[in-house]
Write a protein that binds this ligand. Structure first.
Ligand SMILES: [Fe+2]
Ligand SMILES: [Fe+2]
Length: 166
């Protein structure tokens, strides 16, 4: 029997999904990336986004509270897939290319978060949960800015590593 039978339950499930992602990023993934990258601008960007990500966790919990629900994280298979793919690629790549590998993973992760928040804000809007929409918009804006920064750094780093070959 399906457990999710209405749009509100679907919204809460998807909210649990992004809570899982934000918690994993804050507790595990971003600190690990910060410890392994060598480019200063990338490391600073990751440190800034780690602080923002802790705020994302809090904002998502506030959205649960707006709906009078306890926060519940749902294991997110999409994110686990991104993580596995990144680990595999890293094991296949020489350490001098680690920044490029991590920038690719960061861009994919931010794009995933953006798609998740856009879907959540659409659902919250349709449910008439305007305060939830505002909280989700805060996270969405920071994800978009993070992606923009990652793309900018990736453009520079790929040029530099291609030039090093020439
Ligand atoms: Fe986030
Ligand atoms: Fe993010």
């Amino acid at each position: 029997m399906p457990e999710i039978t209405n749009p509100r339950e679907l919204f809460l499930h998807e909210l649990g999904d992004i809570l899982y992602v934000e918690q994993k990023l804050a507790d595990e993934v971003l600190p690990k990336l910060i410890s392994e990258v060598s480019d200063d601008e990338f490391r600073n960007g990751l440190e800034g986004h780690l602080r923002e990500t802790r705020g994302h966790v809090e904002n998502v919990k506030k959205v649960f509270a707006e709906l009078d629900e306890m926060p519940k994280a749902e294991p997110c298979l999409g994110f686990e897939g991104l993580k596995k793919e990144h680990d595999k690629l890293k094991s296949e790549t020489t350490p001098d290319l680690i920044d490029s590998v991590d920038l690719g993973a960061a861009a994919r992760t931010e794009s995933y978060e953006i798609a998740a928040y856009e879907g959540l804000r659409r659902m919250a809007k349709a449910l008439g949960e305007d305060r939830a929409v505002d909280l989700l918009d805060k996270n969405l804006a920071e994800e978009k800015e993070a992606l923009r920064l990652v793309e900018k750094i990736a453009t520079r780093v790929s040029k530099e590593s291609a030039q090093a070959l020439a």
